[in-house]
Design a protein around this ligand. Structure first.
Ligand code: P1T
Length: 388
């Protein structure tokens, strides 16, 4: 067999050989915190579970393979992955970050990394030249999400990667929204990919986790050191759950995309909806980029409701199948209000300047039947309309 295995195969097999002792086909959960050494200071592969753990190592190899990278690192959350990456920087270093990112990423960069002497400028990453113009001599890291949370804007990863490579700036792409099933930023030129595995990768809303993957051996060596030194590692049980979840990532994503595409089309025609943001729609300003950079529009739809916050509140509290909750990417549908929930840590004026208004609602489209989901949206929209 000479051809490279494809995503569906890698999601099930990458990093996983039957256990050499018992032949177990599924990777065992190794809970031991410590590993016997044949001689002092000469461990076999593992010595202590913060530094490395067999279950975690399988997950790390699998995630690296899915992103077409060479090295993977698993963390206790997406924010822990981000924090560890930020520790590759030094005081005085500068970060250029897209202006629309998860509220927790904004908070980490603007209110926590500042204590490490790291400064961040935010800029609209939909314009690669404007993004490049924000790079300074002291810029060491460029940080983008594509699609962004919550406005689903796209960044042209290949174009930005050309600018950052020219300037010797490392580019990290948070690929949480697309997942490796729909987009592989490393193949587009990114140096490192970040995931909140809490979302599509695990897919069942029962683990908080994160990951970083890269092809760069020097960066990998630093991340290995920092993963151990900072210690924000996931438990073996959580690694096992993520490994179990990721096996169905390709089939789940396919259905997320099909259902979200159908709902987005219907929402666009609904009188209670002012605007639908979904990269798979022709009306999306970067639909053409979505077609070349992604393999589907994703499972998240953001909508702007007519009638602002009162309409949004009525809509969100009227839904039956969509739970009113933060997070995304699970088998179950979720709906939330970014301004009041996931992005409340961004000051109101900044939020409004980029388009996170009071009528904005984010939907994570799950795997329930599309007819039931549409019926739910329709009945909640009719109640929202009564508020306008
Ligand atoms: O929640 P955690 O696993 O720490 O991941 C943080 C994170 C990083 N990147 C993106 C794009 C994210 O969406 C998140 C977490 N987001 C939510 C909890 C949310 O509801 O948007």
């Amino acid at each position: 067999m000479s051809s490279q295995p494809l995503l569906e195969t890698l999601a099930i097999h990458a990093g996983q050989e039957p256990d050499p002792v018992h032949g177990a086909v599924m990777p065992p959960i190794t809970l031991s915190t410590t590993f016997a050494q044949p001689e002092p200071g000469k461990p076999l592969r593992f010595d202590y579970s913060r530094s490395g753990n067999p279950t975690r190592a399988v997950l790390e190899a699998c995630l690296a393979a899915l992103e077409r990278a060479s090295f993977g690192f698993a963390f206790a959350s997406g924010c822990a992955a981000a924090t560890t990456l930020l520790h590759t920087l030094r005081p005085g270093d500068h970060v250029v970050c897209g202006d629309d990112v998860y509220g927790g990423t904004y908070r980490l960069l603007q209110h926590a990394a500042t204590a490490l002497g790291i400064r961040t400028t935010t800029v609209d990453a939909t314009d690669p030249a404007a993004f490049a113009a924000a790079l300074r001599p002291e810029t060491k890291l460029a940080w983008i999400e594509s699609p962004t949370n919550p406005l689903l804007k796209l960044a042209d990863v290949a174009a930005i990667a050309r600018y950052t490579a020219e300037r010797g700036v490392r580019l990290v792409v948070d690929n949480t929204f697309a997942s490796p099933a729909l987009q592989n930023p490393i193949e587009l030129g990114a140096d490192v990919v970040l995931h909140s595995t809490t979302k599509y990768i695990n897919g069942h809303s029962d683990v908080v986790g994160g990951a970083l993957v890269t092809r760069d051996p020097q960066l990998a060596e630093r991340l290995r050191f920092l993963q151990n030194a900072l210690g924000a590692v996931p438990s073996p049980f959580d690694c096992y759950l993520v490994l179990r979840g990721v096996k169905t990532l390709p089939v789940r994503m396919q259905r997320h995309v099909e259902t979200a595409s159908e709902l987005a089309r219907r929402l666009e025609e609904h009188p209670a909806v002012e605007r639908v943001l979904y990269p798979g729609l022709r009306s999306h300003p970067q639909h053409e980029l979505a077609r070349t950079q992604m393999r589907g529009g994703g499972g998240i739809i953001s909508i702007v409701l007519r009638g602002g916050e009162p309409a949004a509140r009525r809509f969100l509290t009227s839904l039956r199948w969509f739970a009113l909750a933060e997070s995304l990417g699970g088998v179950e549908s979720l709906a939330e209000h970014p301004a009041l929930m996931t992005h409340a840590s961004i000051p109101k004026d900044k939020r409004e300047a980029i388009g996170i208004g009071d009528g904005l609602v984010r939907l994570s489209v799950g795997l329930e039947h599309v007819h039931d989901l549409w019926a739910d949206l329709e009945q909640a929209l009719s109640k929202a309309r009564a508020e306008t």
